[in-house]
Design a binder for this molecule. Structure first.
Ligand code: PEP
Length: 240
């Protein structure tokens, strides 16, 4: 049985003080026993957020990691450095990393591999652009992004998949529950029945229930709405 999971991606938002307050508020929220919850603060705020959520049901994640173990990689952070800080989840191949920082499928697969080797739970982000959907390439794009990690040993169900149509991220446009379910069902054929598959893309307290009611949507990866503890808690509590 797959546990529902909701992860907040805070991106490069907030200050140290405001993110401490946000972490405190999320940790103090009344969260259903049913749902696994994690937040991904900016890297520099990880230890301060860890302090606030210690001993609560809120887990710690980060928004990326290096695919390398150590060495001359200026500015990078390794998987082992994350585990040392109490991190459990790490986003790999978020569409902003792919589009803005040139991360390739191969590099994303190497990040998933590094995360698994360190005992972290990778959250492999996949999704098509508007142009790819218009061209009828949605499933081919998703399959290519997932096949890049399928050769790794024991990758699923240890890895979570997040389906995030790029056209729905931060745009206010959300895939309909039926559109999302169709892609999740396809992903399920690739990753198996035990893997958690999250939906991301303008999920709000108002649409979360409908999305999470679908058979193959096991929760959400939440951007903008995760910056408000009340909205985030309502989304967490909307799981089946
Ligand atoms: C995201 O970036 O992972 C995301 C889902 O953002 P938003 O919820 O703001 O669309």
């Amino acid at each position: 049985m797959r546990a529902p999971l909701v992860i907040g991606n805070w991106k490069m938002n907030g200050s140290l003080a405001s993110n401490i307050e946000l972490a405190k508020a999320v940790a103090a929220s009344n969260l259903s026993d049913n749902v696994q919850v994690a937040v991904c603060p900016p890297m520099l705020h990880v230890s301060a957020v860890a302090e606030q959520i210690k001993g609560t049901k809120v887990g710690l994640g980060t928004q990326t990691l290096s695919e390398h173990d150590n060495g001359a990689y200026t500015g990078e952070i390794s998987a082992n450095m994350l585990t040392e800080m109490g991190v459990s989840y790490v986003l790999c191949g978020h569409s902003e990393r792919r589009a803005l920082f040139g991360e390739t499928d191969k590099q994303v697969a190497d990040k998933v591999k590094a995360a698994l080797a360190a005992g972290l739970t990778p959250v492999l982000c996949v999704g098509e652009t508007d142009a790819e959907r218009e061209a009828g390439e949605t499933l081919a794009v998703i399959e290519r992004q997932i096949r890049a990690v399928l050769d790794l040993q024991d990758v699923f169900p240890a890895t979570v998949v997040a389906y995030e149509p790029v056209w729905a991220i931060g745009t206010g446009k959300t895939a309909t529950a039926e559109q999302a379910q169709a892609v999740h069902l396809f992903i399920r054929t690739l990753v198996g029945s035990e893997t958690q598959i999250l939906y991301g893309g303008s999920v709000k307290a108002t649409n979360a229930g409908e999305l999470f009611a679908m058979a193959d949507i096991d929760g959400g990866l939440i951007g903008g709405a995760a910056l408000d503890a009340t909205s985030f808690a309502a989304i967490c509590n909307a799981v089946r």
